[in-house]
Design a protein around this ligand. Structure first.
Ligand SMILES: [Zn+2]
Length: 382
């Protein structure tokens, strides 16, 4: 048992604790009990559960044992507990790191193993498609890529749907991915009331007459015009929480950029030959092929902490059909503007070759526009 295990057990245990339908605190979920036992040995744990929850609502860096390691993908300026739930950072870590990498299903014993597995289904689907792709002939590989992109795009464009709509959308691809595997990425909206959707942060939940999203530090005003009522209907489905964190939230800026690139493609006829979303099962986000045969590779990154993000940026894969002349990391505008020095910190801390640039969404759209314009002019002259 090491320090990271203790941290992970605490997150998992708290998630299980808050997910209990009956609000009955005792006995504590096994993972939470183990985490408190480990923390208790440091001599710094308050005596009552209520006091522990109070403490865990403070920034982790203020109470986590000083010499103990905190995982890199958790921002310790956040606490773990907020209003009888995990915080935004805690949920992000739970779904993106623990569930997303299946750490919990193999390393930790789960009170709700099924819950973790349900939220791991997208990763499992991706792994299966990757395995199938390895042995498939080229035509088969293209079909697999297309179905993957179709499913992922559908999840972002339809956070609410019905089984009938899924059946209709995926009937033709059912031999590659069974329809049940797609509907398994959703859960039932069992409360039979109007659902609410924010086009920035996804399905919302109501509490005390207000609508709350999963990223309150980013998107907290749900009276604005990006919020939409979705009337309830029989058989209505909603993306599972894991899909919300792993696919929907990163997907919103990806599709926004794609839409802007498609506009450029229409305006500068023939300059952009092809736009490919998530090429070869998500090797990067968007591939742009220009009329002169060159290609650009783009990955969209939407992280709060630019220094932490910088340390994860690497050269984009560029072998075979993924080859590109220029690569770009693109930061959503509102993220880049969240802090005056965001882009500077990112640039200063990233270690990338000259062929890869970091731009904001607007800067990148401008760059593509100029390039497309230049290619159109050249074409007219020729
Ligand atoms: Zn929102």
């Amino acid at each position: 048992m090491n320090e990271v295990d203790a941290f992970n057990l605490l997150i998992i245990g708290l998630k299980e604790f808050f997910d209990r339908p009956d609000n009955e605190p005792y006995p504590l979920p096994q993972n939470l009990a183990r985490a408190t036992q480990i923390l208790f040995q440091t001599g710094q744990l308050p005596p009552t559960l209520w006091q522990m929850l109070q403490r865990w609502s403070q920034p982790v860096q203020d109470w986590w044992p000083e010499s103990w390691y905190i995982p890199d993908n958790f921002d310790p300026t956040f606490g773990l507990v907020r209003e009888r739930s995990l915080t935004e950072e805690g949920l992000s870590y739970y779904y993106n790191v623990l569930v997303g990498k299946a750490a919990i299903t193999t390393s930790y014993r789960f009170e709700h193993t099924q819950h973790a597995l349900d939220n791991f289904r997208f990763q499992r689907l991706l792994n299966e498609l990757k395995a199938e792709r390895e042995t498939a002939p080229e035509v088969g590989q293209q079909a697999i890529d297309a179905v993957y992109t179709q499913i992922r795009r559908y999840l972002i464009e339809h956070p609410f749907t019905t089984t009938a709509a899924i059946r209709q959308a995926f009937w033709k691809s059912r031999k590659i991915v069974p329809i049940e595997d797609v509907s398994g990425l959703y859960e039932e909206c069992s409360d039979s009331t109007t659902q609410w959707l924010c086009h920035r942060c996804g399905p919302l939940h109501g509490q005390n007459g207000r609508l709350h999203g999963v990223q309150p530090t980013r998107c907290n005003n749900h009276t604005h015009n990006t919020t939409q009522a979705v009337p309830w209907e029989a058989g209505m489905l909603r993306i599972r929480p894991g899909i919300h964190w792993q696919v929907y939230l990163p997907g919103v800026p990806e599709l926004k950029l794609l839409a802007d690139l498609e506009r450029i493609q229409t305006t500068h006829n023939h300059a952009i030959r092809q736009l490919t979303l998530w090429p070869m099962l998500d090797q990067y986000d968007i591939r742009i092929e220009f009329s002169d045969g060159t290609a650009w590779a783009v990955d969209i990154k939407d992280h709060r902490n630019p220094v932490r993000l910088a340390s994860t940026l690497t050269i984009l894969p560029g072998i075979g059909a993924l080859a590109y002349r220029a690569g770009f990391y693109v930061i959503p505008d509102d993220r880049a503007q969240s802090d005056q020095i965001y882009m500077r910190l990112l640039g200063e801390n990233a270690q990338l070759p000259a062929s890869i640039s970091i731009l904001t969404h607007s800067q990148f759209v401008e760059r593509v526009t100029q390039h497309a314009r230049a290619l159109s002019t050249k074409r007219k002259k020729a």
